[in-house]
Ligand binder design. Structure first.
Ligand code: ZN
Length: 69
């Protein structure tokens, strides 16, 4: 399964945040599934509607990601 990429800097790692401001690093597969990079981590409590790029200032929803390099 391919990973979706940041529309600005084309990296594949993002983070999401929870109400406590904690960050969870994730990737997004091309079926728009958000996956923690640590397999034992849980998405519970995290806001999956907004992704923040680890490589640039971009943030947005999974629907704004690209599969084009
Ligand atoms: Zn980026």
């Amino acid at each position: 399964m391919k990973n979706l990429l940041c529309p600005q800097c084309k990296i594949r790692r993002f983070y999401i945040v929870n109400a406590a401001g904690e960050r969870l690093v994730v990737t997004v597969t091309d079926d728009k599934t958000i996956r923690p990079i640590h397999q034992d981590a849980s998405l519970e409590g995290f806001d999956t509607s907004r992704l923040y790029c680890l490589g640039c200032s971009w943030s947005g929803s999974v629907n704004m990601l690209t599969d084009k390099h």
